[in-house]
Every structure is written in C-alpha cells, then in structure tokens.
Design a protein around this ligand. Sequence first.
Ligand SMILES: [Zn+2]
Length: 125
Amino acid sequence: MLETKFKEWLHSVETTILVCWDLGHVWDAELYSHIEKVHGAYFLHGVCKRGCGVERGRYLTSSWSPDPSRNTYKYPFSYSPRGLMQGSPFFMDREHRAAIRQEIARRYAEDAGSKPGKVVRFKGA
Ligand SMILES: [Zn+2]
C-alpha cells in the first residue's frame, strides 16, 4: 500500500525526476571536459542531462578504471521520497516503482489529450 505522503510526492514532483527514477540518469561525455586529479585519482563531475538536477562525482583510478565505491551524488531538494516511506519494508519497492511508471504514463496521456490510463498497444513489424 502506497503511503499518502509518497502519493503526494508522486503527483507533485517534476516528470523528469520520475523518468530518472524509472530509467536512470543520463550522463554524457561532457564529464570528460573537466578532469581534476585528486590524490592520484581522476575526478569527473557532471549533471544529469535529462535535467533532474542530480550531480555526480565520478572517480577513475590512476589507471583510468572506474572506482564506483567513491562515486558521490548530490540530489536536489524533493528528488527523493525516502523520508516519506517509513512504512515500507524496502526503499522504493515494486509497488512504488510501478506507481512511478503509471504516473509517467498518465501524464503523457494527459498531455496528449487522451483519457488517463489509455494504453496504445505496440504492434510489432
Ligand atoms: Zn537524472
């Protein structure tokens, strides 16, 4: 069961943020335009190209291998509904993720002037 606060977040947050929760952020090669050398590692900083506002610091070792354990993220206010979901056994479980997808679909349908919930079936070639 979705928490009331989660539903409020879901209906008020920007669509771009919901899309990033579902499909992940978009990083591009611009990350490589500014490389800092920090204690023998390379530090790359960038912002999500989808426009959700998330910033990422990515570290590469001295041999240019990714070091994910040192990645850092900076999230804009209201990006995460974490504080609104105390009742959930897991953070962002299947039900929450499904609700995000349904909300994205609902907004697209609304924008297209269709009735909410209308699903256009994909026809294979
Ligand atoms: Zn993003």
